[in-house]
Design a protein around this ligand. Structure first.
Ligand code: UGA
Length: 420
């Protein structure tokens, strides 16, 4: 198997047997595949695509300033691969693309005289649990007109499933759902399944956050509410955790991409628009609550614990923790931060003057308030006695709703949650 990586420093890292980002279980798999010769990292399409019967496109699809998907890398990869596709080879799209992209690429292939079957095979793994999710999937979707090619793609995952126990052991990830489904669909359906699934999960989070705001207003507890709402098997408890809102390289851009896709096709997706605007307002809502508790933000010293968009990753793209830190700094607060994995990535996004610290203790020293912005175990298990000892003030804003109010209050901390 070849891995094509055009970025020289990333390629060198992979060649050295490591991933260029933090992901549980991945380094050991890369190292082992390099050692046994089954993984060949390269920057050359010619030396890789030419020898491959299946070519997976797994490139980034960031958003344009108007929220639509930027397909620059998807198109560039397709055009470069097209030069070397061998007869019978299948082109498989794993990148998240707006519905209709596959047809555009097929048209490009036709123009270039490339006959390769084109299959949409969307990715459903989560950052932080990528290896686990790849091995223990809920479903594998493959969509396209060429039924034999669809079956071949599904067969690749069946092979992976056969080696699942071995890979689980080697990577050290936990086991999970063993009864994932294989689904063959049309090309456009496969493309839509991916963004619709992400938009639905984002909508669940925004739903929980809007009920959390009402809970704040009427003195109810959103955790109790969602525990009971989610206990209904038709609804399910997952993705109903209220807090500072969703971030990352997927939900924000997939939600805006779906809205743009709708508009392009004359359909206004109001529910998805509301999901987005509610989420955009959550960091400001957190700051407002802090403002009320502190009697103002200006000249206050505030610590942000957690800069990654979620625990288990060093990714800070669209991270609510970073947004909250920047709003506070802009409002005249002195802001200190700490994250166990994402300090380096966060550096370029944090406004000037925001300090990064090497430990929770350092970040908390002398602050008036602390905001828990990512649910890292190291942060959630930090002893309440130490908060009280290290901080000047006593306000603890739990923006991920992951701590016990009772426990924090019993150590003389003023606990503020989101909808609690
Ligand atoms: C998401 C999807 O969960 C994956 O299925 C999908 O494959 C992936 O996007 C993708 O499109 O590539 P990911 O972005 O890695 O995965 O992270 P999630 O675990 O979904 O979390 C996204 C954000 O929602 C995080 O900021 C998280 O803190 C937040 N979240 C999650 C909540 O605020 N509340 C919840 O209840 C759950």
């Amino acid at each position: 198997m070849y891995a094509v990586e055009p970025n020289p420093s990333r390629l060198e890292t992979i060649k050295a047997g490591r991933s260029f980002f933090f992901e549980e279980g991945l380094d050991v798999l890369i190292k082992s595949a390099l050692d046994n010769g089954s993984l060949i990292p390269t920057d050359s399409y010619a030396n890789s695509v030419k020898h491959s019967f299946a070519v997976f496109s797994c490139v980034g699809t960031p958003d344009n300033p108007d929220g639509s998907s930027n397909l620059e890398y998807v198109m560039s990869a397709a055009k470069q691969a097209a030069q070397y596709m061998q007869p019978g080879a299948i082109y498989i799209q794993k990148s998240t693309v707006p519905v209709g992209t596959g047809l555009q690429i097929i048209a490009i292939f036709d123009k270039l005289g490339v006959q390769a079957p084109y299959i949409s095979n969307p990715e459903f793994l989560r950052e932080g649990t990528a290896v686990h999710d790849t091995l223990y999937f809920d479903r594998i979707v493959a969509g396209g007109d060429d039924k034999d090619a669809v079956e071949t793609v599904l067969g690749i995952y069946q092979k992976l499933e056969e080696s699942r126990d071995k890979i689980t052991k080697l990577s050290g990830v936990s086991t999970g759902n063993k009864s994932g489904q294989y689904m063959a669909t049309s090309l456009n359906s496969a493309e839509l399944i991916k963004v619709a699934a992400n938009a639905f999960l984002a909508m669940k989070i925004s739903f929980a956050n809007s009920i959390a705001r009402l809970s704040d207003a009427v003195d109810a507890d959103i955790v109790e509410v969602m525990d009971a709402v989610g206990a209904d098997a038709r609804i399910g408890r997952s993705f109903l955790n209220a807090g500072r809102g969703y971030g990352g390289g997927c939900f924000p851009k997939d939600v805006s991409g779906l809205i743009a896709s709708g508009l392009k096709n004359g359909v206004e997706l109001e529910l998805i628009q509301a999901t987005q605007s509610l989420n955009d307002s959550m960091p400001g809502y957190i700051v407002k609550k802090l403002h009320t508790a502190l009697g103002g933000i200006k000249n206050k010293k505030i610590a942000i614990l957690g800069l990654a968009f979620k625990a288990g990753t060093s990714d800070v793209r669209r991270s609510p923790g970073v947004t909250i830190a920047n709003i506070l700094a802009q409002s005249g607060a002195t802001v200190t931060t700490y994250d166990p994995q994402a300090q380096e990535q966060a550096a370029e996004w944090l406004y000037e003057g925001i300090s990064q610290n090497f430990s929770i203790n350092d970040a908390l020293a002398g602050v008036d308030a602390v905001v828990i912005a990512t649910d890292w175990p190291e942060i959630l298990t930090y002893p309440p006695t130490l908060y009280a000892k290290t901080m000047k003030g006593a306000i603890l804003m739990d923006a991920v709703n992951a701590l016990s109010r009772h426990r924090m209050e019993s150590h003389n901390l003023t606990y503020i949650g989101v909808g609690r």
